[in-house]
Design a protein around this ligand. Structure first.
Ligand SMILES: Nc1nc(=O)c2c([nH]1)NC[C@@H]1CN(c3ccc(C(=O)N[C@@H](CCC(=O)O)C(=O)O)cc3)C=[N+]21
Ligand SMILES: [Mg+2]
Length: 291
């Protein structure tokens, strides 16, 4: 191993501390704490773990957590009316509906019903459009967390070659938009890309988000590349990323581990987006760039 390990866990703890420092000022200005509502449908054990740690970290930052746990057989109309109630609730600044939803629910319809100004996940098409056109909105938490780690490591990203492996609405597409806005030259590759090594050979930055364990091999990387591994694959050997860590760590300049890399950033950025949503909704000033 020659690559530096990028400590997302420590960076996320620092980010949460900076967020917590801003909460008292908001409280003083408005008489209330920022509030995040999290909706969980069904009992997927991994989802339950995430929702629990979101609630805990929300409270630790001094914000209010509203948790709504609905049975797996909840129907579409019931879920939509809960979303509507949260849209109307002045104490709720951010709404997160945990994905994946059960198969009988139309997830696109649910996401469309969330007020875009409370959409702290950044999944509403209005926020995707704002990101694509450079308007202020909410950026999905995982790619924004990846960008923070990249800028912390590399400083100005302008002119760098970036390859995003994966094209999902949640990670790949918004990641490509963010890197483009930072003046990287961006290639979006995916599981069907012919000759992925050809594209990776010149990449200063690699973001792997394909959802396939060990998909990206160290031999394909440019020596010294910065590698961000978004994968969270549960295998019999535990949690593993989309990057073949051992081979990548001998070629890359820096790499995020799994766990302890991108995962903790996702929740910290969710709290950041909730803090921002609260300030925007109340018209209270916040230096967003300083957080
Ligand atoms: N509406 C919605 N928004 C989400 O942001 C969302 C979602 N649905 N559904 C599920 C995915 C996944 N996700 C993670 C959050 C934290 C870690 C995390 O903290 N991981 C730790 C520990 C992982 C572990 O031990 O299980 C780590 O990588 O070090 C991972 C994954 C948010 N998601
Ligand atoms: Mg994909």
């Amino acid at each position: 191993m020659s690559a530096a390990s990028i400590d997302g866990k420590a960076f996320a703890a620092g980010l949460r501390a900076r967020i917590a420092e801003r909460v008292p000022t908001f409280r003083k200005a408005t008489g209330r704490a920022p509030g995040l509502a999290v909706v969980l449908v069904g009992e997927d054990p991994a989802s339950a773990v995430y929702v629990r740690s979101k609630g805990k970290q929300t409270r630790e930052a001094g914000m209010e957590s509203f948790e709504h746990k609905l049975p797996a057989d909840t129907d579409q109309a019931t879920l939509l009316s809960l979303v509507e109630q949260l849209n109307m609730d002045p104490a709720v600044d951010g709404i997160l509906v945990q994905l994946p939803l059960p198969a009988h629910i139309d997830a696109d319809e649910v996401l469309l019903r969330i007020d875009p100004d409370k959409d702290v996940d950044g999944f509403h098409p209005v926020n995707a459009g704002r990101l694509a056109t450079g308007l202020p909105g909410f950026v999905p938490c995982t790619p924004l967390g990846c960008l923070m780690l990249l800028e912390d490591r590399l400083g100005d990203l302008s002119g760098l070659d970036a390859v995003v492996v994966g094209r999902s609405n949640i990670v790949g597409k918004p990641m490509a938009a963010l890197l483009t806005a930072k003046s990287c030259t961006v290639t979006v590759a995916h599981s069907r890309t012919h000759n992925l090594p050809h594209y990776l050979r010149h990449a200063d930055i690699v973001v792997a988000a394909v959802g396939r364990p060990h998909f990206v091999k160290g031999e394909w990387l440019k020596p010294g590349a910065t590698v961000i591994d978004v994968g969270i694959n549960r295998t019999e050997n535990g949690l593993t990323g989309d990057v073949d860590f051992d081979s990548a760590a001998s070629v890359a300049g820096a790499i995020t581990p799994v766990p302890g890399g991108v995962g903790p950033m996702t929740i910290a950025v969710l709290l950041r987006n909730t803090l921002v949503a609260a300030h925007r909704r109340e018209g209270v000033a916040l230096e967003e760039g300083d957080i």
